[in-house]
Design a protein around this ligand. Sequence first.
Ligand code: ADP
Length: 207
Amino acid sequence: MKHYIIGMTGGIGSGKSTVAKMFADLGACVVDTDAISHQLTGPHGGAMGEIEAKFGEEFINDDGSLNRQAMRDYVFNHPPARKKLEAILHGRIREAVNKVIEQATEPYILLVVPLLIEVGTYRPIISRVLVVDCEESAQIERASLRPDMNPDAVRAIMAAQTDRKTRLRVADDVIDNSGSLSLLEPVVKQLDQRYRHLALHRSQEEI
Ligand code: ADP
C-alpha cells in the first residue's frame, strides 16, 4: 500500500516540533528532516567525514559533531558554502526519509520539512501541505529561547526563509499557533482524525 504523506512546514519558531510531537502522540509516523539532519551532523554522524574533508576541521567539535554556530556564521557570509553543505546533506536526508517511510505501518506519515516550499525535493511524494503559522513577533520570541539563538539570528533566518504569505498560499491546511499550547491540542486532534480519514479513503480507492 502506498503511504499517505502530509508535508508539514512553517517558519523557525512557528511550532513545528511542538505540533509534530502532538501528532506522534496521537499515532502518526513523524519523520522530521531537521532531526535527521541533526543526527547526520551529530558526534561522528554520517555526514561528518565529508563535512570535515570539504570544510576543514575548524568546523568540527571535539566530540566529532558539527560546530553549528561556526557553520551558521560561515554560510551566512559565504552563500556558495550553503550550497556545498546542502549538497552533502540533502541526499543523505532523503535516503534516511525513504528508509523510514518504507518501514512505516502507521495510518499516515507526517513529514516535517522546514524548507518544504523552498526546496522541491519532497513535493512529488506528499499529498497535502500543512503549514504551522503564527505571528512573526511570536516566532522571534519563541525561537530566541533556544540556547544558541538570539532575536537578530532568528530575524536573519526568517529573512532567508519563504515569507509567511507565500507559505500560507500553498497550504492545504493551516494550524494557527498564535495562541496558547492548550488551544493547539484540539486543533491537532481534529486534523489527525481528518488525515486518518483521508488516508483510509485514498487507500480504499486504490484497492
Ligand atoms: P519550530 O520547530 O517551528 O522551530 P518549536 O516547536 O520548537 O518551533 O517551538 C519554538 C518554541 O516555542 C519552543 O520552545 C516551544 O515550546 C514554544 N512554543 C511552541 N508553541 C507555543 C505556544 N503556542 N505557546 C507558547 N510557546 C510555544
